[in-house]
Design a protein around this ligand. Structure first.
Ligand SMILES: *Cc1c(COP(=O)(O)O)cnc(C)c1O
Length: 358
């Protein structure tokens, strides 16, 4: 029996993706590779029906954080005044990225279990001192789906640009691409898109790329360089060929199963079944109802059950769950239902949960 990954990426992959990844050897300076690169880029725009005239998908080798660092370091000038919204590990990481690249930034810090305070965001933006906002759409720390659409509206009103971390939401949640405030978002192959680690991407508005930082702060994360090459069927350095083969197949499978909306509905159904089963076993969500993404939920650990007991019991039965981070490690656990997980797999998971918990 295969291991089912219930951690927030890398995800369990389909047999189709596993095969596509190993079926051919490609030289990255041949037409066959450039065809693959172009196909993946077109399909990424198609996930959210983005207009190729306005949006440029830029492929990079690396993890989700690589895409974030490329976005922040390439598109935020040294004289930017950035407001970062923090309510978890990943929001805090955005502040660190801005600081590492010497970009002036201030943050609104909320507790990890708390929602954004949009009134406060609106008041800060109304001060006129900020040029950009950096924020996480799906805060994977707790599974909270932050209101990215409402934030984009506030940015639009204040005339500031918005950069989003959509690493754990791209492909499954609605993203406010229609808002002119949204300048770029960062994503990865191995979360909601169901590819494998190694490839990540920044979806950038052409106008944002046109005013990318020059000279670039880094060589390998220079989005303008990668975008320029990829738009003329080239690549500056060796790309993650194998991961792109997997992603190309994974994107075909996404379209065959109803695209982003189909994936949202599938994840939601699985997450609700897990929640119902856990509630019967006396285990309840950490966040208030209606605030979680379809991708991941966090649950409070019951007294008399440690994370290790739960984790090890499930692992013996072929399921990998995920611990809480930092101060939440002893309080909660996380179950993500992203990846190639069928109803059959889910049925087995529910029996395993019953076994281990009762
Ligand atoms: C997974 C994740 C990242 C990036 O993680 P990597 O380990 O670099 O792939 C960033 N932001 C969010 C919200 C994530 O869920």
């Amino acid at each position: 029996v295969r291991n089912i990954l219930l951690n927030p990426g890398p995800v369990s992959i389909s047999e189709g993706v596993r095969h596509a990844m190993t079926a051919v050897d490609l030289c990255h300076r041949e037409a066959e590779y450039f065809n693959l690169q172009q196909q993946v880029r077109s399909k990424l725009n198609a996930v959210y029906a983005l207009d190729n005239a306005d949006w440029v998908p830029v492929l990079l080798g690396g993890s989700g954080t690589t895409a974030l660092e490329a976005m922040v370091s390439s598109l935020l000038p040294a004289d930017a005044q950035v407001l970062v919204l923090e309510n978890g590990v990943y929001g805090e990481r955005l502040s660190k990225l801005a600081a590492i690249h010497g970009i002036p930034n201030q943050s609104i810090k909320q507790g990890w279990k708390d929602a954004w305070n949009l009134e406060r965001v609106e008041a800060e933006l109304g001060s006129g001192q900020y040029s950009h906002v950096l924020a996480v759409q799906h805060e994977t720390t707790t599974g909270r789906l932050n209101p990215a659409g409402a934030l984009a509206g506030l940015c639009e009103k204040a005339g500031v640009g918005l950069f989003l971390d959509t690493v754990s939401s791209f492909g499954a949640e609605a993203i406010p691409f229609a808002s002119p405030a949204l300048l770029a978002c960062a994503a990865t192959a191995n979360k909601c898109l169901h590819g494998v680690p190694g490839a990540c991407m920044v979806m950038a508005r052409r106008v944002a790329l046109d005013s990318a930082v020059k000279p670039a702060r880094t060589m390998t994360l220079d989005l303008a360089l990668w975008a320029d090459h990829q738009q003329r069927q080239s690549t500056p350095f060796t790309p993650p060929v194998t991961s792109l083969l997997a992603l190309n197949q994974a994107l075909d499978e996404l379209f065959k199963t109803g695209g982003q909306k189909g994936r949202h509905a599938h994840y939601l159904r699985l997450a609700n079944r897990v929640a119902t089963c856990l509630a019967l076993l006396g285990i309840h969500p950490m966040l208030e109802e209606g605030s979680s993404s379809c991708v991941l939920r966090s649950y409070a650990l019951p007294p008399r059950l440690s994370y290790e007991q739960l984790h090890d019991g499930l692992k013996l039965r072929g399921f990998i769950i995920y611990a809480g981070q930092g101060a939440l490690a002893n309080e909660m656990f996380r179950i993500s239902t992203m990846g190639d997980i069928s109803d059959y797999d889910l049925g087995r998971l529910l029996s395993a949960l019953e076994d281990v918990i009762s």
